[in-house]
Design a binder for this molecule. Structure first.
Ligand SMILES: NC(=O)c1ccc[n+]([C@@H]2O[C@H](COP(=O)([O-])OP(=O)(O)OC[C@H]3O[C@@H](n4cnc5c(N)ncnc54)[C@H](OP(=O)(O)O)[C@@H]3O)[C@@H](O)[C@H]2O)c1
Length: 282
């Protein structure tokens, strides 16, 4: 497995398995399958309500804990120093582990400075091996990176061939922050798996559109966490380290960028109100 080295020296697998929208009852089976197939990094979140399933699979899988890399995220209803601090212990309990490899702030709303201080403290105490953020677009990302003691080591943002985040990635690099993609397939939107550029390039390499899309992100240095509940797709999505996209392939895929979200904008006032309300409803 290829890894990236975070700013504090921690090695993180560049490809992992995401469990958003995997039901709590199915999560243990999915994560067990994923680990069996060869995934070593798992991405969950407090808001996915399936941290216990991840913890059960990790406990039972037979792979030493230090060979696995667990990522979870503090939800906005746990924003602020005291709540975030308590929620870190709650995540550790649900994940049935003494440490989390990477903890992210899920959304840049509420008292995320308080959250960050609680995370810096837990990082120094050895409960977290690395800390970062998610959905922090350049304005809020720069603000936090400039004004906190520890700059985020990772920023997980919507990143796929239709929303490539090249400018945001450059800004992250200035602060030693690695970009991590959520929704590497845009959850199939915009006829993702039938896109002719992706299928055409895939045909040359004997690969699917999904594999080409992941390979494109990997070659740009992006960390990826494709999600599938199906064993054969888990295998397919991991099988992306035995081919290379040419400069010409990369250029053709670069041209697919629409430069905007296929989900929702963090700059849209209605979206911001919706997320802030979610944070209030504990
Ligand atoms: N930080 C955030 O705010 C945030 C937001 C969204 C997601 N995430 C993280 O990012 C991870 C990935 O994003 P995502 O789950 O939203 O979506 P995604 O990985 O872009 O797409 C998943 C969808 O693609 C299908 N699929 C997977 N592999 C396929 C393949 N090889 N061929 C055809 N279809 C395939 C899956 O169906 P099946 O399952 O039926 O195979 C599922 O419908 C999440 O699980 C989560 O960990 C984070």
């Amino acid at each position: 497995m290829e890894t990236v080295r975070l700013s504090n020296g921690v090695e993180m697998p560049q490809l992992g398995y995401g469990v958003y929208q995997v039901s709590p009852s199915e999560c243990e089976r999915c994560v067990s399958d994923a680990i069996g197939v060869g995934y070593r990094m798992i991405d969950t979140a407090q808001a996915y309500f399936n941290e216990e399933g991840v913890g059960n699979a990790v406990r039972k899988c037979g792979v030493p804990r230090n060979e696995l890399f667990i990522v979870t995220k503090v939800w906005i209803s746990n924003a602020g120093y005291e709540r975030a601090k308590a929620s870190i212990d709650e995540s550790l309990r649900k994940l049935q582990t003494d440490y989390i490899d990477l903890l992210l702030i899920h959304q840049p709303f509420g008292d995320y400075y308080g959250t960050w201080r609680a995370m810096e403290e837990a990082y120094r105490a050895g409960k977290l091996r690395a800390i970062g953020v998610s959905n922090f677009y350049p304005d809020r990302f720069i603000d936090l990176a400039e004004l906190s003691e520890i700059a985020p080591m990772v920023n997980q943002v919507e990143t796929h061939v239709f929303n490539q985040q090249a400018e945001a990635q450059k800004i992250m690099q200035e602060y030693g922050t690695h970009i991590m993609s959520w929704g590497p397939f845009a959850e199939g939107r915009n006829n993702f798996f039938g896109n002719e550029t992706l299928t055409g390039i895939g045909a040359k390499h004997g690969k699917s559109a999904a594999q080409v899309a992941l390979r494109y992100l990997l070659q740009r240095g992006v960390i990826v966490i494709p999600k599938s509940v199906r064993h054969e797709r888990m295998e397919q999505n991991l099988n992306v380290f035995d081919f290379n996209l040419s400069d010409e392939d990369m250029q053709a895929i670069r041209a697919l960028d629409l430069g905007h979200s296929l989900f929702f904008s963090h700059y849209d006032p209605q979206t911001v109100k919706w997320l802030v309300q979610l944070g209030k409803s504990k």
